[in-house]
Design a protein around this ligand. Structure first.
Ligand code: 5RP
Length: 223
């Protein structure tokens, strides 16, 4: 038995690999973005001949899937998906999430919405009693940046432009600090209704359906 503690990366890899047990033969698999999703893509390559392809939530994930020889399909032609597997930046045991640390939140929310089951894969450092410690990413149409920043300040947050970053959709990201999010479902709707907001990184109206949590003790599952 090894005596060193598992690193966060080792926990991410273990939990990503555990998500393979949720995939059935012949499925088109929705695939998320980020380092945990990358571990999932690498593991999915080992069963690529048993699936019918994947729908990616970012250009980066699409490229990694293709490098492994996994066909990347357009969501419009793939239709509703049986499953979406993705990580998160922060999560509660209610399966509410903050996502978008990698800036792919809009496509992630679309693929999650189009999927029957959203399996979220996180290591236990991401679990919190409430959301808000991780700054909330908000994707914004560039001309609305200042307007949206003022509106987010009025909600009590401290928005900061993610410098030098443009999303796959050609937009900017405001990362909102200092929010203590006690009502994620309401706040998700409220922020989405600010003119110029494309999406915010709260996944609460449509939370994860299953959460796999990797820790030193192994992988546990929440529903
Ligand atoms: C990308 C995301 C990711 O799921 C989130 O940032 C987690 O990333 P990682 O697995 O690298 O910790 O929402 O937009």
């Amino acid at each position: 038995m090894r005596d060193e503690a598992m690193t966060q990366d080792e926990m991410k890899k273990a939990v990503a690999e555990a998500a393979l047990s949720k995939i059935e033969d012949g499925w088109v698999v929705g695939v998320g973005t980020g380092s945990t999703a990358n571990y999932f893509i690498d593991a999915l390559a080992g069963m690529k001949n048993r699936i019918d392809g994947a729908v990616a939530s970012s250009e980066a994930s699409a490229e990694r899937l293709r490098k492994h020889g996994i066909e990347v399909l357009d969501l419009n032609s793939a239709g509703p998906l049986p499953i979406y597997v993705d990580g998160a930046d922060e999560a509660t045991t209610h399966l509410h999430l903050t996502k978008g640390g990698g800036g792919a939140l809009t496509r992630e929310k679309i693929v999650a919405a189009a999927s029957e089951t959203f399996v979220c894969v996180v290591d236990d450092t991401k679990i919190a009693n409430y959301l808000g410690n991780f700054p909330l990413p908000v994707e914004v149409i560039p001309m609305a940046r200042s307007h949206v920043a003022r509106a987010l300040s009025n909600l009590g947050g401290n928005p900061e432009l993610r410098e030098g970053f443009v999303t796959d959709n050609g937009n900017v990201i405001l990362d909102v600090h200092n929010l203590r999010i006690m009502n994620p479902v309401e706040l998700e709707s409220e922020i989405d209704h600010i003119a110029g907001v494309v999406t915010n990184g709260l996944f609460a109206r449509r939370p994860a359906d299953v959460m796999l949590i990797g820790s030193e003790k192994g992988v546990r599952e929440l529903h």
